[in-house]
Design a binder for this molecule. Sequence first.
Ligand SMILES: CC(C)(COP(=O)(O)OP(=O)(O)OC[C@H]1O[C@@H](n2cnc3c(N)ncnc32)[C@H](O)[C@@H]1OP(=O)(O)O)[C@@H](O)C(=O)NCCC(=O)NCCS
Length: 266
Amino acid sequence: MEEKLKKNLEEIIVRNASPDDLDEIMKIEEKEYGPIDWVVPKEVMKYRLKNCYFKEPGDLFWVAVKDQQIVGYITGMIINFDPKNPPNTRREAIGYKRASDGKEYGFGTKHNPNGNALYVMSIGVLEKGKGIASKLIQTTVDFVKNNGYNGLQYRVAGLRSGYAEFVKRNPDITPEQYIQLRREDGQYVDGFMRLYSRFGFKELCMKKDYAPEDKVGEGWGNIMVWENKDYIGKFVCLEGPVRYLREMGISARYPTKKEMKGFSEE
Ligand SMILES: CC(C)(COP(=O)(O)OP(=O)(O)OC[C@H]1O[C@@H](n2cnc3c(N)ncnc32)[C@H](O)[C@@H]1OP(=O)(O)O)[C@@H](O)C(=O)NCCC(=O)NCCS
């Protein structure tokens, strides 16, 4: 890795987001998804920060910080995901709700702490090509490993990253063909496929009209899955057994407050 990039990466830390980060996160959201495309209003981001959490608000929302400035974010939610029967639309996957401007957005109302997979809803960076997204994606992969979930799926608008330009030069290529194309060096032509395949994500399927509001990506969704090789069932254990199971290489996680209800202190 180039020394400069390496140093830059070392200076970036990833931490859980807090509600105080909202304004800085919105700056990135507006820069990356606005003004006419796919930006969500502040109230949607606020909802995600407060409601899509694992143990505490913000636990499924991470920010990358450099020199005390937020330079990227990634957020997700826990859902029930069956790779044999993947969602047909983003609306179905994450849940939409009407905001105060009268329009519907992907708030993430389907967050279910008892689900089996992490679904990444959104990612954005302040400055591209500096490895910020890679660092954030690695955080979600570690989260899935450490908390005993079996997978992480990510809705990639495959066409956002250059299909429109590509198809001008190659008018006969279909989105499904495009997503599979490789460069001479063996890497994917598509930017998102290139990025996610480096972490071991595999393409599951392409869905037309997955997110019609994504104008740049022409609504297409490319569902990618990262499988947790350690997953052999979701363990919910108390502290001692969790550590023991992890030492044995088995995924385990702590019970949530809700799951603990009904247990006596004895
Ligand atoms: C896509 C995105 C998150 C990548 O962030 P990043 O910090 O630049 O990524 P990294 O530096 O960690 O990795 C670089 C890799 O990301 C991919 N990438 C970078 N910019 C990209 C872009 N505009 N479109 C598609 N892929 C891109 C490439 O695979 C690149 O690898 P390469 O250098 O070998 O070409 C960032 O460009 C972004 O915020 N885009 C706008 C928002 C968006 O479209 N998000 C996804 C919605 S589904």
